[in-house]
Design a binder for this molecule. Structure first.
Ligand code: BGC
Length: 679
């Protein structure tokens, strides 16, 4: 009966629960291999399979080791990295990506996917910024909700992570985060809250770090009070792998499934020690039943108990989604008139320079890596696109294996060619964009600044492409290079997407989901010297002023502001009308090409009772317009868009007053504004 998917979930859960023995129940709340929990064959309950991760299906490891299993059936479609998805500003694309990953999860027999990852970018140095959705809670929420809706629509559970305040990799297993209540609620929790309340996410993963002195995987305040108490979360809380440290806290503080602990499975905190505590009366049976119910809810909501659905791997549609995300994510940071796009019919020779022209990234970065079915590197994409008419040369220029005369050879190649495309940036090596370590500084490694300087001097028609998942400082070449394109890690279609942007088949429409500071010391955690913390504690002294909230409130000019991204066409904004529940305005494409624009709405509160950032993103809309086409855009702007979190009232409050509504093409390119008076 509990397999009958037409019956209500809760009835099925209760029926199953009543049939389980104590030992069987305990078996459901901890792992029995790296990525499974035990099945209950007696009742026809199969093993539950979990899998990383946010960018596609990770390769198989285990069962009891992190070493790859060496299989030939564990490839996946590699999507662009998380920050790239956020740079599309497209919840629709996020939904398509989530659905595609869900279909691949089904095909590979997985029930819970460990993603999306939504920790806010507090410092440009965090090693996992590339996996996350940037610095703004509103944008991160919209992308997360789209992604989860897509994935869960396929009968697969999403597991949003890492709850919460896991904003640095340095000392991630031990660091204690101290952050005030308002910043917690306004900056660090909204994406999780939206995932629970809007997308109905089935699972939440606890973070490794501590919050206010207690480990997040069994943090009473975060899990019992906020997540389950205030937000009514009914799904399962899963520990991060080896993030559980104590049986009593795990039993009582809201953890429902312990995974990855560095012990034999019987010794897991929620295994025999828990069983003993239950038998001896230390813990009431109700805490076990609650955990089991939550696990059963996920099982009865997914293919585990609803019959396995076929799923699909690496379909043409999945490939197309990977490519579209990569294309819509690319941010044209700078473009002098006419520098881009390149006209392949008018160029005879092109020098491609840089390690990232050929380097593959999809498998890197640790748990979010994907063993891709294939991966088109930038050089390959360019060659496929133009080599029938353009003479393309390649020189590596820089990198750990480049050799001594690499820079000189690159400069000579630049001189000899009509146009240069330099493709540099970062990679997933330790201390760059990777899990487990933070970056040491914000610079481009391997003397790239000096090299780009020389290349631009040798050939002024040099297009600079940066492949990276977090902000980098740029040298003096920035003024002289005619165009700079931020490509992120583009997944397995990266090279095709890049070529299509460079040669104008696609018009760039990505916008920065994070501020690019001029120098590291300008960004809040570093300006205040509150990173990485001292004596095991990090105090988020900047409070609400994360990312552009800091730069705007303190009037610090960034290198490139939040929300920035240029296009090959131009958009004009007009006719703003502010209504009770929406802001309406016109956008018209006044250029010669079809293109996409992300119109953004920021709210400025004139005289708030509690101080607020200079402006806050509260809405956006991505629209595509043909040359000359005009569209009336309507962006919802209700009471909640004007509210702030009041720690005394323990809730969001919208107060009467004057609000300036700013409509812009970026956070610093405001095109229209109006005043909204709330009585
Ligand atoms: C990461 C998680 C990941 C888990 C399982 C941990 O190290 O923090 O994001 O899902 O490993 O691989």
């Amino acid at each position: 009966m509990y397999k009958d998917k037409n019956r209500p979930i809760e009835a099925r859960v209760e029926e199953l629960l009543s049939q389980l023995s104590l030992e069987e129940k305990v078996a459901l709340v901890h792992g029995d291999s790296k990525f499974t929990t035990a099945g209950i064959p007696r009742l026809g309950i199969p093993k539950l399979w979990l899998a990383d991760g946010p960018h596609g299906l990770r390769e198989e490891v285990g069962p009891d080791t992190w070493k790859p299993a060496g299989r030939t059936d564990d490839f996946g479609t590699a999507m662009p990295c998380g920050i790239a998805l956020a740079a599309t500003w497209s919840p629709e694309l996020a939904q398509a990506e989530g659905a595609a990953i869900g279909e691949e999860a089904l095909a590979r027999g997985k029930h819970i996917m460990l993603g999306p990852a939504v920790n806010i970018m507090r410092t440009p140095l965090c090693g996992r910024n590339f996996e996350y959705f940037g610095e703004d809670p509103f944008l991160a929420s919209r992308i997360a909700v789209g992604y989860i809706r897509g994935e869960q629509s396929r009968g697969v559970a999403s597991c949003i992570k890492h709850f919460a305040v896991n904003n640095q990799e340095l000392e991630r297993l031990t660091i204690n985060v101290e952050v005030d209540e308002r910043a917690l609620r306004e900056i660090y929790l909204p994406a999780f809250q939206a995932a629970v309340q809007e997308a109905g996410v089935y699972a939440v993963m606890g973070a490794y770090n501590k919050f206010r002195g207690q480990f997040c995987c069994h943090n009473s305040y975060l899990l019992n009070t906020v997540l389950k108490g205030e937000w009514n979360f009914e799904g399962v809380v899963i520990s991060d792998w080896n993030g559980t440290h104590d049986t009593r806290e795990a039993a009582l503080n809201g953890l429902d499934l312990e995974m990855g602990t560095d012990k034999s499975y019987d010794d897991y905190y929620l295994s025999l020690p828990f069983l003993e505590g239950l038998r001896g009366g230390t813990f009431p049976m109700s805490v076990l039943d609650d955990k089991v119910r939550r696990n059963l809810r996920v099982m009865t909501s997914t293919s585990l108990l609803n019959g396995r659905l076929p799923g699909q791997l690496n379909t043409e549609e999945h490939q197309a989604i990977a490519r579209r995300v990569a294309e819509e994510a690319m941010v044209l940071l700078k473009s002098d008139r006419g520098a881009l796009p390149l006209d392949a019919s008018k160029i005879k020779s092109l020098a491609v320079i840089g390690e990232n022209a050929t380097r593959l990234h999809a498998r890197g970065g640790d748990s979010s890596g994907v063993k891709a079915f294939y991966e088109i590197a930038p050089l390959e994409g360019i060659v496929r696109r133009v080599s029938n008419s353009v003479n393309v040369t390649y020189s590596v220029g820089y990198g750990s294996n480049a050799g001594n005369d690499a820079a000189e050879r690159a400069v000579q190649a630049a001189k000899a060619a009509e146009v240069v495309v330099f493709i540099g940036g970062l990679n997933h090596d330790r201390h760059f964009d990777t899990e487990g370590s933070d970056r040491l500084d914000m610079r481009l490694p391997h003397h790239q600044n000096a090299l780009i300087e020389r290349v631009v001097a040798a050939n002024p028609r040099t297009i600079v492409v940066l492949v990276a998942g977090s902000p980098v400082e740029m040298g003096g070449w920035l003024e002289r290079a005619p165009a700079v394109l931020l490509a992120w890690y583009g997944g397995m279609e990266a090279g095709h997407a890049l070529a299509r942007i460079l040669f104008g088949d696609v018009n760039p429409s990505g916008k920065l989901p994070c501020t690019f500071p001029k120098r590291l010391a300008d960004s809040p955690a570093h300006a205040l010297n509150t990173y990485p913390g001292a004596n095991g504690v990090v105090h988020y002294e900047e409070g609400l002023l994360v990312g552009y909230r800091w730069f705007d409130t303190n009037d610090i000019e960034p290198l490139f502001p939040f929300g920035h991204g240029l296009s090959y066409t131009r958009f004009e904004y007009s006719n703003l009308r502010l209504g009770q529940n929406a802001a309406d305005f016109d956008v018209v494409n006044t250029g010669e090409r079809e293109g996409g624009e992300v119109a953004q709405i920021y709210v400025h509160h004139a005289h708030p009772r509690l101080s607020r950032p200079e402006k806050e993103l509260k809405g956006f809309s991505k629209i595509f317009l043909k040359p000359g086409e005009r569209q009336r855009v309507s962006i919802p702007l209700g009471q909640e868009s004007l509210a702030f979190y009041d720690p005394e009232q323990r809730g969001w409050v919208a107060e009467p007053g004057e609000f300036t509504i700013l409509v812009g093409s970026s956070s610093r390119d405001i095109r229209l504004q109006g005043t909204l008076t709330v009585h």
